[in-house]
Design a protein around this ligand. Structure first.
Ligand SMILES: [Fe+2]
Length: 229
């Protein structure tokens, strides 16, 4: 993705979340100079990937296939230094903007529609031990109520609704066309985007950045590259 597009979509997300009253930590708006000027110990933020995350999953058009997230808190699996067992993210999902089908071997996550448009989630029964989607019926908790679904069925979350995804629930999601962008929360077990995503159709989680203008924000995966911390 071009840096200019990353800068622009983060600006848009800040405005969108702000319009819904959702605020970020102070350093979410820091540019490179502000990070360089700070003298506090930001090791935990760097180590746990707290901050911006923008990806097109290896596709050309971010608005058709992509996701913008901010990781608000996290821990590290098996770490004595970072024993926190939970994580939280906020996402902006646009109408028809697809996050490709995937599941997590370890992480359980609640996906929560926190405002704006509706979120469509296509659900598939997965076999995590075989790294594949296997089809068939499954049980899932929607708003805390168990229901039976079949692999490939759609679930629509309106604002306020949530679903609890387990490792057997492969999921693909996008904003419902005509309903506007949605602010989506994730409350989960520890998040490890490097090792705990199985994209069954071959998507790429982190994409290279083309530097066509200076960064107005650093992505969480870039702190050490830019700041040599
Ligand atoms: Fe997921």
């Amino acid at each position: 993705m071009k840096r200019s597009e990353i800068n622009r979509v983060i600006d848009e997300a800040r405005e969108f979340w702000g319009s819904l009253g959702f605020l970020l930590p102070p350093y979410a708006v820091w540019d490179l100079d502000a990070w360089r000027a700070c003298c506090d110990d930001w090791t935990e933020i760097f180590d746990l990937g707290i901050g911006w995350d923008v990806t097109s999953f290896g596709e050309e058009d971010f608005l058709k296939c992509g996701l913008l997230l901010y990781t608000l808190r996290n821990g590290k699996l098996g770490s004595v230094q970072y024993p926190k067992p939970y994580a939280e993210k906020i996402m902006m999902v646009r109408e028809g903007q697809v996050t490709p089908r995937h599941f997590h071997w370890h992480k359980r996550e609640d996906i929560i529609n926190r405002g704006g448009g509706n979120l469509v989630i296509e659900l598939f029964r997965a076999d995590p031990s075989a790294n594949r989607v296997c089809g068939g019926p499954f049980s899932i908790s929607v708003n805390g109520i168990r229901r039976q679904m079949n692999s490939g069925e759609k679930l629509i979350l309106t604002p306020g609704e949530s679903v609890a995804l387990e490792p057997i629930h492969a999921h693909k999601f996008y904003g419902e066309p005509g309903s506007g962008p949605s602010m989506i929360g994730e409350v989960s077990m520890v998040n490890d985007d490097v090792n705990d995503n199985c994209f069954v159709d071959g998507a790429i989680r982190f994409v290279p950045v083309i530097e066509d203008e200076p960064p107005r924000y650093l992505l969480a995966c870039e702190y050490r590259q830019f700041l040599k911390g």
